[in-house]
Design a protein around this ligand. Structure first.
Ligand SMILES: [Zn+2]
Length: 506
C-alpha cells in the first residue's frame, strides 16, 4: 500500500473516533489501553481478571458491541452488564467453585427445587392450570437429568393425569379441557420418565391425532386450533414412542384429501416453515424462532435418519448460519430470536439443535467409514461458552436452588429443566447409528429416532469445558428430551404395536 503506517493510523482514528474498535492489547491486559468503548464490561478489567476464554476478552467483546443506541441495544448492554461479573468470575454468588474456577453444578439444590412443585403448589399456580402436564414433565424429566430417582411419582402421576385424558383421545391441560398436542406431548414424556405409560389409551390417541392431521401435511395443536410446527413434532413423538399405526384412522377427515398416512406431505410442509433468514418459523411466513427450529429438526429425525431427512427438506447451510447467530456474545448462551436477549431455556431449544444438525452435516462422510455419525468432532457452536453461561449466570444461589433465564430472573421449573438438558447437549456427545433399521418390518414403526446413542463427556471433554464429573448432567435423548432409558422402555413396551395394549408386553 502507498499509504504510510502513521497515515493509516490517522485515517483509522478519524473513522473510528468514539466508536468500538479492535485494538491490540498488551499481554498484561492493561485496563488503561481501551478508551471510547462505552461497553458495560469495561469496569471489570480494573480488577485484573486473567485466563479468561477468548470470547470474554475485551477485544472480542468490542466486536459485538453495537454503537447505535436503540431500545434493543440498550437491553442487550444491560444484560451483558449483569452477566459479566459472573462470567468473569468476579462474582460467584457464594457457589463453591470446581478446580477450573467455574461454579459447581448445584445438584442437590436443583433437585430439591424440582421436587417441591410435585408435592403440591401454592394458590397462585391456579393460573397455570392449563399447563399442569408441563409442570409434571419439567420436574420429573429435570430430576431424571440429575440422576434422581423419580419412580416414587409413578402411581401419583398416573392417577393425576387420568382425568386429563379425554375419551376422544389425547390429554388436556386440566380437568375438562380440550385435548391439545402440547399437553399430550408433555404428559407422555412425564409418564415415560416415571414408567407410567400404561395409563394412555393408545387407540383413542390414534383416532384423535387423525383429527388434527391436516391436508397440507402439518398438524393442528388441537381440533380447530392453529396449525404449527409444534403440533407436527408433538404428534410424531406420540405416534413413534407409542408405536401407533402410521396409517390414518378411517375416521380421519384428512383421508378425504387423499392422504393415507400421518407422514404424508409432512416433510414438504416442514420445508415451507424455513424462512428467508434460514431459520424455522411456527408456520409458513411467520417469524423465525429457535424453539421452532428444534421442533422441525426433531420431527425430521423421527421421519428418518438426520443426514437424509434434514438436507432433503431444509437448506442446512442457511439454517446453521441462522442458528449460529443466536449464540450471544459475551454471555455464551442462546437467544430465541435475532437480536434478542440471552435466555437459558434456549440452551435446549437451540443448543439441542446441534447434535441433530451435526449428524446431518457429517453423516454421509463419516458414516461410510464406521457406520455412525458423531457430533464429537464438529465445531459448529461454542459448547464451552454455553456451559460457562449456565453454571455462572443461571444457577440460583442459596439452598432453594433452581435455574433461571438470566441472573435478574427468578428460577422456575421450565428454565431448570431446559438449562439441564442444554448442559447435557453441551457436555455429552450424541451419535446416530446409520447402520440400524429405520422402519420396523412388522409394525411399520419409524425407528430412526431410536438409533441415537449418547456418550458421556470424557476426561478431555470435561477439561475443555472446565467442569468436573459431578458437574456433568446425564445423557438426554436428543429427539425426545427424556433419559435414554425411558425412550428404550417405551420402544420395548410397544414393540408389538396394534391395539389394545396387552399388559406386560415386553
Ligand atoms: Zn426462557
Amino acid at each position: 500500500m502507498a499509504i504510510t503506517d502513521s497515515a493509516a493510523d490517522d485515517t483509522l482514528d478519524e473513522l473510528l473516533r468514539n466508536k468500538a474498535r479492535i485494538i491490540e492489547l498488551p499481554d498484561d491486559n492493561n485496563e488503561d489501553e481501551v478508551t471510547g468503548v462505552p461497553f458495560p464490561g469495561n469496569h471489570l478489567r480494573k480488577n485484573g481478571i486473567h485466563h479468561l476464554p477468548q470470547w470474554l476478552q475485551q477485544t472480542t467483546i468490542g466486536l459485538f458491541h453495537d454503537d447505535y443506541n436503540t431500545v434493543s441495544s440498550e437491553a442487550l448492554d444491560k444484560t451483558a452488564a449483569e452477566c459479566l461479573p459472573h462470567l468473569t468470575g468476579q462474582d460467584n454468588q457464594g457457589i463453591p467453585l470446581n478446580r477450573h474456577g467455574l461454579p459447581h453444578l448445584q445438584r442437590k439444590q436443583h433437585a430439591s427445587f424440582l421436587h417441591t412443585p410435585l408435592k403440591g403448589l401454592p394458590a397462585p399456580y391456579a393460573a397455570m392450570d392449563a399447563s399442569r402436564p408441563w409442570l409434571f414433565y419439567w420436574c420429573t424429566a429435570g430430576l431424571s437429568f440429575l440422576r434422581e430417582d423419580v419412580s416414587m411419582y409413578r402411581e401419583r402421576l398416573m392417577e393425576t393425569v387420568r382425568p386429563l385424558q379425554n375419551k376422544i383421545g389425547g390429554f388436556g391441560g386440566g380437568h375438562g379441557q380440550l385435548s391439545h398436542c402440547a399437553c399430550t406431548y408433555a404428559t407422555l414424556l412425564a409418564l415415560a420418565t416415571v414408567g407410567g405409560l400404561d395409563v394412555i389409551d393408545r387407540e383413542a390417541m390414534w383416532h384423535w391425532l387423525g383429527t388434527v392431521k391436516q391436508a397440507d401435511g402439518g398438524f393442528r395443536m388441537a381440533i380447530g386450533a392453529e396449525e404449527d410446527i409444534r403440533g407436527a413434532y408433538c404428534a410424531m413423538t406420540a405416534i413413534t414412542l407409542l408405536n401407533l399405526p402410521l396409517e390414518l384412522p378411517p375416521d380421519s377427515p384428512t383421508r378425504e384429501a387423499g392422504l393415507t398416512h400421518f407422514t404424508d406431505r409432512l416433510g414438504e410442509w416442514i420445508s415451507t416453515c424455513q424462512s428467508y433468514e434460514g431459520g424455522i418459523s411456527s408456520a409458513p411466513n411467520h417469524e423465525v424462532h429457535g424453539a421452532y427450529a428444534f421442533c422441525a429438526l426433531a420431527c425430521l429425525c423421527i421421519l428418518g435418519p438426520p443426514h437424509i431427512t434434514i438436507p432433503k427438506y431444509l437448506d442446512v447451510d442457511r439454517l446453521i448460519r441462522c442458528l449460529t447467530t443466536l449464540q450471544t456474545n459475551p454471555e455464551g448462551g442462546f437467544a430465541g430470536r435475532t437480536n434478542k436477549l440471552v435466555d437459558a431455556c434456549y440452551s435446549h431449544w437451540v443448543g439441542g439443535c446441534w447434535a441433530l444438525l451435526e449428524a446431518a452435516v457429517v453423516g454421509p462422510h463419516e458414516a461410510k467409514q464406521n457406520g455412525s455419525v458423531s457430533s464429537a468432532e464438529s465445531r459448529l457452536w461454542n459448547r464451552e461458552a454455553l456451559v460457562r453461561y449456565l453454571l455462572t449466570c443461571c444457577q440460583q444461589p442459596g439452598p432453594k436452588g433452581g435455574m433461571r433465564d438470566k441472573p435478574s430472573a427468578r428460577p422456575d421449573g421450565y428454565h431448570t429443566c431446559y438449562s439441564l438438558s442444554g448442559l447435557s447437549a453441551a457436555q455429552n456427545q450424541y451419535t446416530y447409528n446409520t447402520t440400524a433399521s429405520t422402519t420396523d418390518r412388522e409394525t411399520g414403526r419409524l425407528l430412526s429416532a431410536f438409533n441415537w446413542k449418547g456418550e458421556r463427556a470424557s476426561e478431555g471433554d470435561m477439561k475443555g469445558l472446565s467442569v468436573e464429573r459431578n458437574d456433568v448432567v446425564e445423557l438426554v435423548h436428543p429427539v425426545f428430551v427424556i433419559r435414554f432409558e425411558a425412550v428404550e422402555e417405551a420402544r420395548r413396551k410397544f414393540a408389538r404395536g396394534g391395539f389394545p395394549v396387552v399388559e406386560g408386553t415386553d
